[in-house]
Design a protein around this ligand. Sequence first.
Ligand code: CA
Length: 217
Amino acid sequence: MRVLVVEDDSAVAEPLLAGLVRNGIEVEHVMLAAQVLAAAPGVDVVILDLGLPDDDGLSVLRELRRISDVPVIIATARGDETDRIVGLELGADDYVVKPFSVRELAARVRAVARRRRVDTTLESGRIQVDRGRHRALLDGVPVELTAKEFDLLAVLAEEPGRVVPRQELFSRVWDPVWVGTGKTLDVHVASLRRKLGDATVIETVRGVGYRLATGDE
Ligand code: CA
C-alpha cells in the first residue's frame, strides 16, 4: 500500500508521514498542487490538503479526476459544509477535518482502498484471489474453499507482507463485535494451509496475527 500525501505544512506532514509508516503504509510526499498530477500515478490512495500555496486543493482534485480514479481522502482544517460537499461531488472518497488521529486516518486509507478493490483479482506469489468470481487459484488451479476461508484469504491477500492483526481478521471475516475465543481463526488458518498445500504461505506472527508471505521472499 502506497499513499501520496499532499500537504504543505511540515508540522502536519511530518507526524502524519511517520504515523502512516508506523501503520505499515509506504508514503510519498509533495507540498505543491503542481506536483500532484505527476506523483499520483502508481499510488493506491491520495491524502489531499485543501489549503495549498499554489492552488486550491479542490481544483487539484478536479484535475486529478480527469486522469485517475485513485481514491482520494481530503484532509483539511476547513470543516465547513460547502467544502465537504464540493469535495465529495468532485469525487473525493472521504473527508477528514484537522486535527485528526493518524491511526484513524490509516484505517480510512485502508477502507477506501478496499472499497476500490472489491472486484479485482489479488495476486501473491503462487496464489490468485479472484474476488469478482469468488474463487482462489493455486498455481492456476482452483482450490475449493469455504466462504469464511475465502474471505480470510482475500483479506490476507490485499496486502501481502502486511501482518494483519487477529482482531482485524475477526472483525472483517466474522463479526465487527467478535467475542469468541481465538480458536475459530486458528482452525480456519490451519484448514487454509492444508488446502493451499504449503504451510509456509500463511505465516504466524505470534501474539499479533497472520500474514501472507510475499512471493519474492
Ligand atoms: Ca495547507
